[in-house]
Structures are given as structure tokens and as C-alpha cells.
Write a protein that binds this ligand. Structure first.
Ligand SMILES: Cc1cc2nc3c(=O)[nH]c(=O)nc-3n(C[C@H](O)[C@H](O)[C@H](O)COP(=O)(O)OP(=O)(O)OC[C@H]3O[C@@H](n4cnc5c(N)ncnc54)[C@H](O)[C@@H]3O)c2cc1C
Length: 399
């Protein structure tokens, strides 16, 4: 293809979905420009790196797709670029990875998140991608040109939006793009916090003693779903991977009801009968001592049992053993959207075709967290964004 025939492709937003797309687009077919409103790209990617850059999750492709919702939308996307494909892609950019004991996949310790980002940006450079920062997109002109805050108007053969969700606005992902899409008739669901903490009405005494304390190796049950993991007691309520993984369902309940009750299993490896047997065999007389010594429950787990039950229950071994397996905790509200790891809501999936093209705006595509899908923490969010960017590049390169 001659330079004259090359198409101009503008990507708006510079997160991981945009970066892999730009890295993979055929530079003989497309002049690619990324327009990012912040001073640099990949800010949320770097924030993700602060807690350990969990890039994906090692499991079978089937197990991987089961984590996404809606599954029928995400499964074909993941099939086009799965966890092993992502690991291979990163390694080919000289980003060595390691698989943690929990099957979470990270860059090797010597690779700081900024180094990972820079390696990806090196790939963009060698693919002749132009990156324009401090380019805030504000909407479309009457003729359909892309409008930017600095007054510039850009006409592009193809446009890909990768504007992210609406949490951690300091990174640039503020969801402010929603109104411009709604004005074009595109359905965009309101944003809500996902992978977030939920509020619990703790007593002052409980929080004074247990704030910041973890509840390890627990299981959390909600509406037929069971998640093994960890929780942390915070002043606001409960946080941690076990509750994050249930956040989509809990949010659905809180949309119509004032509270949602989750059930905590403090001893997921034991049955109620095994717990009762240990209790009955105990040579100790004080309940707290039996829980600590014979059932190996820590101070926080015992404090929580006391907090969520009355004295009569606490002193009734039969009821107490049942509570250890299924302790109801009432959740009042989700934490603020801005503090959430990801957001629910965004462009309704009915608005795009199987290649991410917006049905109402020709030659315009949307990928990444700005679409209305959900995944728990564990590397599934980045995997989802990388898979979409890669899948779209593969499609556009063949078009
Ligand atoms: C604290 C935290 C920790 C996380 N940890 C992990 C983790 O370990 N593993 C994992 O899988 N996921 C993690 N995530 C989630 C993950 O970072 C996101 O899902 C992912 O970054 C979304 O990628 P994206 O490309 O869709 O959009 P984003 O990364 O959100 O990027 C969107 C970009 O668009 C730009 N933009 C927005 N509006 C405009 C505009 N009008 N004009 C121009 N540019 C614009 C923004 O500035 C931003 O740079 C974490 C998130 C947070 C907040």
C-alpha cells in the first residue's frame, strides 16, 4: 500500500487497551495517533502497579472466560487473545513475568511498572505510532470531526475510543465522555463502583479494636456464589478480594434494596459437624478460648462473631458453630466510585458489533473499560482490556 492510500486512525485515550491496539496495528496500513488528555499515557496502569501489577491470571482459557460478565460477550474476545497469548506478547517485548502462588501473573520483581510501560511504549515507537498528550477530546462537531479542548478539530478515517471507566479520576479515567455519546444516541449505563469496599455499621468498639485487620482464608457466600479469599476490616466496612469478586451482584441488590446480606464462612475447610466435634472435644471452658485454641480462630474473627451475634447465641455451641460457617454481615452501601478499582456501567454492549464498532457512528470503535462489562480483581481487568485491543487490531489489519 502506498503512503497515499494509508488510512488515518485516531485512538482517543492512552490506557492499556489503546496501547496494545496501537502496538499491533499494521503500520503499512494505518497512520496511528493516540490522543491522551493527561501529560502522559498509562496512568491507571501505573496506579495498578502500586499494589503489584497483576497482569493476568493463569488458568485454562475456559476458566478465564468464566470470570467475565457478560460471558457471551467476553468469551470470544478472550479466545482471540488469552492469558498465555498475553504472557507471550509481554515476553516478546522483554517483559519477563512470574506466576505467583495464587496463580496471579506479575512482571518479574526487577521490572518496575514504569519499565513495563516504557517497554510497551518502545514497541509503539518502533510501530511509528504518534502519541499526542494534553489532547482532551470533548465531542464531535456538526460535521462529525473530533473536537478537542484546545479548539483543534480532527477528521480521521477510523476512530477508536479507549477512554476507560470512571474510577480513580486522578488517572484521567473520569467517565466525563458519557454525555457526548448519549448526545449521539448511544446508550451508556450510569457508572457505579465495582471491585470496591462495602459499608458495614460497625460499633465504635469493634472498629477501635479491629480496623485494618485481615480475615484470611475465609469464604464469602452471596446468592449462590462462593468466593474463597481474604477480607480486611476498614472503618467504612469490608474490603478485599473476596468481597470485590461479589461486587457486581451486591451492587445489583443495592440498586433496589437498602441493604445486602453476605454470609461469611470463617472455616471453609471444615464442615459444621467437624467444627462441632472440635468444640465438644475441647478441654477448655471459656468460649473465646475454645474458638482460639481448638478452632484456631484469630482475635478479629472472634471479635466479628461477637459483633454479629448476641450473648445468648455466643454461648450456645450449636448456634455458634453454625454461625462460624455462615455469619451474616449486613452491607449498607458501596464505597465511592472514585475509590473503586473498576466501574460498572459504560457503553451498552448492544451498541457495538462483534468487532467493537459502534452501530450508530460509522468507522468508530470502542474498547476497554468504557464498555459495560465486569471482571473481578486477579488480573482479569487488564487481560480483558489487552484482549479487546489485540482483537480489534487483528480485525482492522485484515479489513
Ligand atoms: C487502584 C487500582 C488498581 C488496579 N489494579 C489492577 C491489577 O492489578 N490488575 C488488573 O487487571 N487491573 C487492575 N486495575 C484496573 C485496570 O487498571 C483498568 O481496568 C485498566 O487500566 C482499564 O484500561 P483502559 O485502557 O480501558 O482505560 P484506562 O486505563 O482507564 O485509560 C483510559 C485513558 O483515557 C484517557 N481519557 C479519558 N477521557 C479522555 C478524553 N476526553 N480525551 C482524551 N483522553 C481521555 C484517560 O486519561 C486515560 O489515560 C486497577 C485499577 C485501579 C484503580
Amino acid at each position: 500500500m502506498t503512503i497515499k492510500n494509508m488510512k488515518k486512525l485516531t485512538i482517543i485515550g492512552g490506557g492499556p487497551a489503546a496501547l496494545i491496539l496501537a502496538a499491533e496495528l499494521d503500520s503499512k496500513l494505518y497512520h496511528v495517533t493516540i490522543c491522551e488528555k493527561k501529560k502522559s499515557v498509562g496512568r491507571k496502569f501505573l496506579v495498578a502497579g502500586e499494589g503489584g501489577l497483576n497482569l493476568t491470571y493463569q488458568s485454562t482459557a475456559k476458566e478465564l472466560s468464566e470470570k467475565y460478565s457478560p460471558r457471551d460477550f467476553m468469551e470470544p474476545v478472550i479466545r482471540k487473545f488469552n492469558n498465555q497469548d498475553l504472557i507471550d506478547w509481554l515476553e516478546q517485548l522483554h517483559i519477563p513475568i512470574f506466576v505467583g502462588t495464587s496463580n496471579r501473573v506479575f512482571p518479574r520483581r526487577e521490572m518496575k511498572p514504569i519499565t513495563v510501560l516504557n517497554k510497551i511504549l518502545d514497541q509503539l515507537k518502533s510501530n511509528n505510532v504518534t502519541i499526542r498528550t494534553e489532547q482532551k477530546w470533548t465531542g464531535w462537531s456538526d460535521t462529525g470531526a473530533l473536537c478537542f479542548e484546545n479548539g483543534e478539530e480532527v477528521v480521521s478515517d477510523l476512530v477508536v475510543f479507549a477512554l476507560g471507566g470512571a474510577s480513580w479520576r486522578v488517572t484521567g479515567s473520569d467517565g466525563a465522555w458519557r454525555d457526548a455519546f448519549i448526545a449521539r444516541g448511544v446508550k451508556v449505563a450510569p457508572f457505579r463502583a465495582a471491585n470496591c469496599a462495602f459499608g458495614v455499621d460497625w460499633t465504635e468498639r469493634f472498629i477501635a479494636m479491629h480496623q485494618g485487620k485481615p480475615l484470611k482464608n475465609i469464604a464469602l457466600n452471596y446468592q449462590g456464589d462462593t468466593v474463597r479469599g481474604e477480607l480486611v476490616i476498614s472503618k467504612f466496612g469490608l474490603e478485599g478480594n473476596a468481597i470485590y469478586a461479589l461486587s457486581e451482584k451486591i451492587q445489583a441488590t443495592l440498586a433496589t434494596q437498602k441493604t445486602a446480606t453476605v454470609y461469611l464462612d470463617l472455616k471453609p475447610t471444615l464442615t459444621i459437624d467437624q467444627i462441632k466435634a472440635k468444640y465438644q472435644k475441647s478441654k477448655l471452658s471459656k468460649v473465646t478460648e475454645i474458638l482460639k485454641v481448638d478452632l484456631n480462630l484469630d482475635r478479629t474473627a472472634i471479635g466479628l462473631l461477637k459483633h454479629c451475634s448476641d450473648k445468648a447465641t455466643f454461648l450456645n455451641p450449636d448456634v455458634l458453630c453454625k454461625l462460624i460457617k455462615s455469619l451474616p454481615v449486613i452491607l449498607q452501601t458501596a464505597d465511592e466510585l472514585d475509590k473503586a478499582i473498576s466501574s460498572l456501567g459504560g457503553i451498552d454492549l448492544e451498541e457495538i458489533d462483534e468487532n467493537f464498532q459502534l452501530k450508530k457512528i460509522p468507522n468508530t470503535y470502542a474498547i476497554g473499560e468504557m464498555l459495560d462489562w465486569y471482571a473481578p480483581t486477579g488480573g482479569y481487568l487488564l487481560q480483558g482490556c489487552f484482549s479487546m485491543g489485540f482483537a480489534l487490531a487483528a480485525y482492522l489489519n485484515k479489513r
